[in-house]
Design a protein around this ligand. Structure first.
Ligand code: SF4
Ligand code: SF4
Ligand code: SF4
Length: 273
């Protein structure tokens, strides 16, 4: 079978929550890895049904799910009274299912939420909880469609979630490019004003210090570092809690990364006192 078609066929069997619990950055990257020989049992939201479907497609044996248990159909809920409007959850959501503006309360669009849990750890005030998906909303997870109409509805919703995920990626790539161009233009202006060396030359440490002095003050920097350190601590606690619950390799990796982040933020704080 031609490889891109095989990847598409595998991806069509995956839940499209884009939760990264398979240790890949979404369902399509995991589909690509499976096509290249990766194990078919790494998707907790897919559960047994997905393993069986992949085994049939690829003519491989059915094996048990790697995670301790499958992830059920669920939806994120923001306790709005506690939300401080920091937008961290919006940045984490892979399918743009959260609405809200900076410093204003945020809300989850339940019908768009894939239940991926990616917004839970970044929330600095721990005001997002995962609830069972209401029965009137079509689930994405495996073992959740038992009749033909249910299977069709689920496939349509998976296609919709995939489209939203891909659309978001394209939008973020466009914004990143724009940001880089604006940064270059800002440096160019500073170079023209003689504040830093021209762009053609490599920036020295003193150039970077000058730019920092122009764009921020020490007090603001210290505040930011304090917030970063506190948020890293909260994120680590939540990741450790999720690790206890699901024990996936991806969560283990996340906990290790967050431990490093906590150490880094604390070091940065001490260095800036
Ligand atoms: S649903 Fe999550 S674990 Fe399953 S393939 Fe997609 S990203 Fe990976
Ligand atoms: S709202 Fe949270 S759980 Fe729902 S899709 Fe977005 S990040 Fe995932
Ligand atoms: S991360 Fe938490 S506090 Fe921040 S906007 Fe989202 S729900 Fe509100």
């Amino acid at each position: 079978m031609h490889k891109p078609n095989l990847i598409t066929l595998i991806d069509a069997l995956l839940p499209q929550t884009q939760c990264t619990k398979c240790t890949y950055q979404g369902c399509k990257p995991y589909a690509k890895a499976i096509a290249e020989g990766e194990a078919i049992n790494k998707c907790p939201p897919g559960g047994e049904e997905t393993i069986k479907a992949l085994a049939t497609l690829l003519d491989r044996p059915v094996i048990p799910l790697e995670a301790v248990k499958p992830i059920p159909a669920q939806v994120a809920y923001i306790k709005e009274g506690q939300c401080i409007g920091c937008t961290k959850c919006i940045q984490a959501c892979p399918v743009d299912a959260i609405v809200g503006a900076a410093k204003l309360m945020h809300t989850v669009i339940a019908t768009e939420c894939t239940g991926c849990e990616l917004c839970v750890i970044p929330c600095p005030v721990d005001c997002i909880e995962m609830l069972p998906l209401p029965i009137d909303i079509t689930p994405l997870t495996g073992d959740s469609a038992h009749t033909k109409p249910q299977r069709i509805a689920r496939q349509l919703k998976r296609d919709h979630a995939r489209n939203r995920f891909e659309f978001r990626h394209k939008r973020l790539a466009r914004l990143e490019k724009q940001k880089q161009l604006e940064h270059q233009a800002r440096l160019q202006r500073l170079a023209e004003d003689g504040i830093v060396k021209p762009l053609a030359n490599k920036q020295t440490i003193s150039d970077k210090v000058k730019i920092k002095q122009i764009t921020s003050t020490l007090t603001i920097e210290q505040k930011r570092l304090k917030i970063d350190a506190a948020m890293a601590q909260v994120a680590l606690k939540k990741a450790e809690k999720q690790l206890q619950q699901y024990n996936t390799p991806e969560l283990q990796q996340q906990v290790e990364l967050l431990k490093v982040k906590v150490a880094e933020t604390e070091r940065a704080l001490i260095n800036n006192q």
